[in-house]
Design a protein around this ligand. Sequence first.
Ligand code: PGA
Length: 262
Amino acid sequence: MPVTTRRPVVAGNWKMHMTIPEARELVLGLVGPAAGLEPAELIVIPPFTALAEISRLLEGTGIGVGAQNLFWEDRGAYTGEVSGPMLKDAGCTHVLVGHSERRQYFGETDQGVNRKVRAALRSGLTPIVCIGETLEEREACATGVRVGHQLEEALKDLGPEEASSLILAYEPVWAIGTGRTASPAQAEEVHARIRSFLEEKYGKERAAYAIILYGGSVKPANAYALFLEKDIDGFLVGGASLEAESFIGIAREALRADREVK
Ligand code: PGA
């Protein structure tokens, strides 16, 4: 199958924002405009507290709902943790794993990421696995090594079938929440590397189908140029996903680029 069969995916990571009423208002603003954005796939990623309510509101709309984290065990004495089956029960379709803020502030390791990826798949959730280098690593020309290592560890012991059912998100840490986006060429260089890593490991066809998102200060004004790159299949959006207009604007720009060139 040609590469053009990849649908644009735009996921909004709300981080630690939005009460339930605020979340409700935001998604109600997304439903109408999103209906005209086929075949793009939209996913919202609210905080845990709003998941059940948002899933209920979005039922039948085609908009996916993701959680921001999960624990690797399904149940037990793990105070404060939330498991895959619980997320499934709350109506989630996706879950972020290994976001750089989890790695930076909560000590998440590559090994933990791998356990969480496997837990998500076991529960029938699509993991959105985040990888990316810090500014120091980029300046030391260690981007390729760092991202390759994160990828290798995150996908450890996964069969080709499992590896094909997840989404990857390349998020350079220096571009997250800073207003400093990677240039399309900088992002494409890493995306192409990720795809060739997948190709070596799982073969050409599976790699061609893999969805690789870019994240880090994405907004409507830069989404089009980024999406034109051949290995960028969509976006993981933080700040700009907190308003319906900018989130929808990003999806529109991705679709516009998709229609023009892919
Ligand atoms: P940002 O966040 O769009 O606010 O840079 C992206 C992310 O952390 O997923």
